[in-house]
Design a protein around this ligand. Structure first.
Ligand code: HEM
Length: 400
C-alpha cells in the first residue's frame, strides 16, 4: 500500500473514505502496519468498535505511542503523557473527575454569548477579506481561530499566546510527519507556556479552568499530570472542532440540496451537525490501545500485547449500523455515531464541540447566503489522527 491509497494518509479528497470502504468490505477487523511504523489491529465495524472501546482488557498505553518517544528528553515526554487519553482507571477516573464539571452541557451552554461574539467578530473579518481579495481560506479566517479562542479563554491562556498555541497544534498533531525538530520544539514551547501560566495562577488565581486545577483542594494533580492535562485540553479542544466546522462547510458545498434544506429550515442544524460528525468525522482513529490479554473480536483472536485502533471514519459509515451509510442526509436520525469515541474515553468536550459547531455553521449560513467554494483542488493533511482539509478556499457567488 502506498500513501496515495492509505486509509489514513491519502491526500486526495475522498480517497480515505474509498480506501476504508474497501477495507470494511473485507471484514470488521484487520491487521495492518500504521503510518507510524507500528503494527495494529484496525477495527472498522461499528459493533466491534463499541465492544473494543468498552473492554477492560484493551488498555491505554501511557507514553508508548507518543511520536518520537524514544528520542525526546524523558522529562519532556513525562510532561505530556499523563493525560486522560493515555491512562486507565483508577488514574483516569481521578483525572476525569477533576475536569468533567467544567464541560457538562449546562456549564458549556453558559458560554453561548461569548462564542457568538467571537463568531460575529470572525465573520466581520471574513467579510472584509472576501471584499478585499475576492476569496479566502475558510480555515485560516474562521474555522481555525474560533475554537482556539474558546478553549484558550476557558483555560485562562492570554490572547497574546493564542496564535502560538494554534501554530504548535500543527506539529503536535502531525506527529512523525512534522519531523522531530518541529514536534519537540512545539512540545517544549507548550509545556513551558503551561508551567509559566500555572505558576502565575497559583500566585493570583483567576476565574478560569487552569486556576481551578492548580488550586484544587485535596486530590491535587502532579506537575506532569497538570501539564499533560492542559496540553490535551488545548490540542484536543480545538483542532478537532476546526475540522468539524470545515468538513461541515465542505460537505454542505458538495451537497447543494442539503445546504438549501438547511438554509430553509435552520432548526435542522443540531441534526445536521450530528450528520457531519458521522459522515466526515473530524478524528480518524482512537488513540492506540493495547490488549492486556488475548481478546476475540468478530471471531478473530487478538493476542496479548497487540495494538488496537478504531477507524472512526469507517465505523461511522458501517452499512450494518447505518442505512445508506454513504449518503449525506441532514434529515437522518443519526444517534449512535462514534465520532466522539465511546466508553470511558468518550470525548469530554463533545458538548462544547457541538455548541461551537452550531454557532459557527449557523452564523456562517445566516451571514453569507451566497458563499460558495472557490477554485482549487481539495486535499487532506497527512496525519494519522486528524481528518483535516489543508485549505478550504471560499468566495461569494457572483449574482446571476
Ligand atoms: C468535533 C470536535 C471533537 C471531536 C471529533 C473529538 C473526538 C474525540 C474522540 C474520538 C475522543 C476519544 C479518543 C479515544 O478514545 O482515543 C475524544 C476524547 C477527548 N476529547 Fe474530544 N473531540 C472533539 C472536541 C473536543 C473538545 C472541544 C475538547 C475540549 C475539552 C475535547 C477534549 C477531549 C478529551 C479531554 C478527551 C479524552 C477523554 C478521556 O480520555 O476521558 N474534545 N475526543
Amino acid at each position: 500500500m502506498t500513501t496515495a491509497d492509505d486509509p489514513f494518509l491519502a491526500v486526495p479528497e475522498g480517497a480515505r473514505h474509498r480506501a476504508l470502504a474497501e477495507l470494511s468490505a473485507k471484514g470488521p477487523v484487520h491487521r495492518m502496519r500504521l503510518a507510524t511504523g507500528a503494527d495494529a489491529w484496525v477495527v472498522t465495524g461499528h459493533a466491534e468498535a463499541k465492544a473494543v472501546l468498552t473492554d477492560p482488557r484493551v488498555v491505554r498505553s501511557g507514553a508508548s505511542h507518543m511520536p518520537f518517544g524514544d528520542e525526546m528528553p524523558p522529562e519532556l515526554l513525562r510532561a505530556l503523557s499523563f493525560n486522560l487519553l493515555t491512562t486507565d482507571p483508577p488514574d483516569h477516573t481521578r483525572l476525569r473527575r477533576l475536569v468533567s464539571a467544567a464541560f457538562t452541557r449546562r456549564r458549556v451552554e453558559g458560554l453561548t454569548p461569548r462564542i457568538e461574539a467571537i463568531c460575529a467578530d470572525l465573520l466581520d473579518g471574513l467579510e472584509a477579506r472576501l471584499a478585499a481579495d475576492g476569496e479566502a481560506d475558510l480555515i485560516t479566517a474562521f474555522a481555525g481561530p474560533l475554537p482556539i479562542t474558546v478553549i484558550c479563554e476557558l483555560l485562562g491562556v492570554p490572547a497574546a499566546s493564542h496564535a502560538d498555541v494554534r501554530a504548535w497544534a500543527g506539529p503536535l498533531l502531525a506527529g512523525r510527519f512534522a519531523g522531530y525538530e518541529a514536534f519537540s520544539h512545539a512540545a517544549e514551547e507548550i509545556v513551558e507556556l503551561v508551567r509559566g501560566l500555572a505558576a502565575e495562577k497559583r500566585r493570583a488565581p483567576a476565574d478560569d479552568l487552569l486556576s481551578a486545577l492548580v488550586t484544587v483542594d485535596g486530590d491535587r494533580l502532579s506537575e506532569d499530570e497538570l501539564t499533560s492535562m492542559v496540553y490535551l485540553l488545548l490540542i484536543a479542544g480545538h483542532e478537532t472542532t476546526v475540522n468539524l466546522i470545515a468538513n461541515g462547510v465542505n460537505v454542505l458545498f458538495a451537497h447543494p440540496d442539503q445546504l438549501a434544506l438547511l438554509r430553509a429550515e435552520p432548526e435542522r442544524l443540531p441534526a445536521a451537525v450530528e450528520e457531519i460528525l458521522r459522515f466526515d468525522s473530524p478524528t480518524q482513529v482512537t488513540i492506540p490501545a493495547i490488549t492486556a490479554e488475548p481478546v476475540e473480536v468478530a471471531g478473530q483472536l487478538i493476542p496479548a500485547g497487540e495494538n488496537v485502533v478504531v477507524a472512526l471514519l469507517a465505523v461511522n459509515r458501517d452499512p450494518s449500523r447505518f442505512d445508506e451509510a454513504g449518503v449525506f442526509d441532514v434529515g437522518r436520525e443519526v444517534a449512535g455515531h462514534l465520532a466522539f469515541g465511546h466508553g470511558i474515553h468518550h470525548c469530554l468536550g463533545a458538548p462544547l464541540a457541538r455548541l461551537e459547531a452550531r454557532i459557527a455553521l449557523g452564523g456562517l449560513l445566516e451571514r453569507f447566503g451566497d458563499l460558495e467554494p472557490a477554485d482549487g483542488t481539495l486535499e487532506r493533511l497527512p496525519s494519522l489522527l486528524i481528518n483535516r482539509l489543508a485549505v478550504l478556499p471560499v468566495r461569494r457567488a457572483v449574482p446571476a
